[in-house]
Ligand binder design. Structure first.
Ligand SMILES: CC(C)=CCC/C(C)=C(\C)COP(=O)(O)OP(=O)(O)O
Ligand SMILES: [Mg+2]
Length: 494
């Protein structure tokens, strides 16, 4: 497996490798000059045909079965249902004319444009670089990873979206709108699984022996390989894998059923956060803080995983991650506060909490794991922030749907979207669950529409690649939930 060499951002076809720098957190971001050029305009006009956004599922929606909780006949059975939804309502998100018009609006003035043309790679070179970015991986089973192909018009399918055969035990939530992914590369899955176990056991002493089965059952290797199909090496995949394990270790040990509790969570979270966002203090107090980073599994895991990440990331990528983790920790705190007082939030309040207690820190490292950088100012654009938030929200509601029965069976009342809808909107469990599917589907469609609009408004290679990376993460996340029958079981509503 070709798998060593320096990590860190690069766009191999466009940028030489930067020289190594002394301090990892002082690395120079590799940001190629990617200004939109007149040649790109021509390319774009042909690139973005109308996008079809499928309508919400025709079956089984809450609307279809509203007030029919006790009428079994009103709800189709799983075997009669499509695994994915045929296309319906067409949203012409991007027409070629609109793409060209918008690109013209964003064009530099004449002098700048002239200079851009002079400094531009020739047309064939540029087109082929952009096409490579948009085309994504090639070969059998990679079609769904192409931004260009994903944003092509979808004619109404006579049959459900072509999905790989799914064993009954790994059935998708009926009526869920999602994209199947190619089977993750087994050689990579095996290698990531081997290395992550070695890291967990030897480097951070993550779990006692009796939790080994749960660690294996989590299948983090499969998860991360599915979510990062463009990672250049296994070393890059390991950046995401260590963080994923660390994030889950903290959630389990501080918040959930491996010793977690809402009581005192704020203090524990803040101290663990210093493993990501270092404490700067006087000489007297430094040793105690350093010692604290070794004092429990979540802190050991955060500290080690973040060390590897900082070594590979640019300073702004590392800071992006810290910000996303602060968001996550704030979400944990709101969930804990509600658990302590027994408060069931309104549905929108729950969704707002879940926007923070969210997978967001995982898709937003897609560029570091891919070995390139989405520059900070492009990441900070409001339209990019909306894409990221919608992607995170869709992925997290996927978790609420797949983990519904696990959470129903856990001690106490565990809030998730179906539970909150049932309580606050006075629906039976099944209708509430079906409504939660509708909420997910609308979020997923909104994510795809927002990504398509951004791809049109800002068609720079790192933006397009990042959007593709986030979309791949969303799809891989769904696939992991669907296939992780060790952890999740679907409810019997069909
Ligand atoms: C990987 C990561 C950033 C996790 C943070 C939050 C988190 C654990 C989730 C969004 C998953 O939700 P949940 O806590 O409900 O997980 P399970 O349902 O127990 O798998
Ligand atoms: Mg859950």
């Amino acid at each position: 497996m070709p798998d060593s060499g320096p990590l860190g951002p690069s766009l191999p076809e466009q940028q030489p490798t930067p020289p190594p720098l002394p301090a990892p957190d002082a690395r120079t971001p590799v940001v190629p000059d990617l200004s939109v050029t007149p040649t790109a305009l021509h390319f774009l006009a042909g690139l973005h045909p109308p996008v079809t956004v499928p309508a919400p599922p025709s079956a089984p929606t809450a609307a279809a079965v509203r007030n029919a909780c006790d009428t079994a006949a009103a709800v189709p059975h799983a075997q009669d249902m499509p695994d994915a939804v045929p296309a319906g309502r067409d949203l012409q998100v991007m027409s070629a004319a609109a793409a060209a018009a918008s690109a013209v609006r964003n064009m530099p003035d004449t002098a700048e444009a002239d200079s851009a043309v002079r400094n531009m790679p020739d047309t064939a070179e540029l087109d082929s670089a952009l096409q490579r970015v948009l085309r994504g991986p090639t070969g059998p089973g990679t079609a769904s990873l192409s931004v260009a192909r994903r944003y092509k018009p979808t004619l109404p399918d006579p049959a459900p979206r072509a999905a790989p055969a799914q064993p009954a035990a790994a059935q998708a939530v009926p009526g869920l709108y999602y994209h199947p992914v190619p089977e993750p590369d087994p050689a990579r899955v095996e290698e990531v699984s081997r290395r992550i176990k070695r890291w967990a056991e030897d480097e951070v002493q993550l779990y006692p022996e009796e939790w080994e089965g749960q660690f294996d059952g989590f299948s983090v290797g499969r998860y991360m390989v599915a979510c990062h199909p463009d990672a250049p090496t296994v070393d890059h995949l390991m950046l995401a894998t260590r963080l994923m394990v660390a994030e889950n270790a903290l959630d389990d040990c501080y918040c959930e059923d491996h010793g977690g509790s809402p009581v005192g969570l704020g203090g524990r979270l803040l101290l663990a956060h210093t493993a990501l966002d270092p404490f700067h203090t006087t000489a007297e107090y430094m040793p105690a803080w350093q010692e604290s980073l070794t004092s429990d599994a979540p802190r050991r895991a955060y500290d080690s995983a973040m060390g590897y990440f900082v070594d590979a990331a640019t300073p702004s990528q590392a800071d992006r991650y810290r910000h996303d983790m602060a968001r996550l920790h704030m979400g944990y705190l709101a969930e804990a506060a509600w658990a302590q007082t027994g408060h069931v939030p309104e549905v929108w309040e729950y969704l707002a909490m879940r926007q923070f207690n969210n997978f967001r820190p995982c898709p937003t490292i897609t560029d570091t794991v891919g070995g390139y950088e989405l520059p900070a100012d492009l990441h900070a654009r409001p339209d990019m922030q909306r894409v990221i938030a919608l992607a995170g929200n869709a992925t997290t509601i996927v978790n609420d749907l797949y983990s519904y029965t696990k959470e129903l069976n856990s001690p106490g009342r565990h809030l998730n979207l179906p539970v909150v809808i049932a309580e606050r909107e006075q629906l039976c469990e099944r209708d509430a669950y079906l409504k939660a599917i509708d909420v997910h589907n609308e979020l997923q469609h909104a994510f795809e529409a927002a990504a398509a609009e951004l791809a049109e408004a800002c068609p720079l290679p790192p933006v397009l690649r990042f959007l593709k990376g986030v979309a791949a993460w969303v799809d891989g996340n769904h696939d992991w939930h669907r296939t992780n029958t060790y952890r999740y079981t679907l409810p019997d509503f069909w």
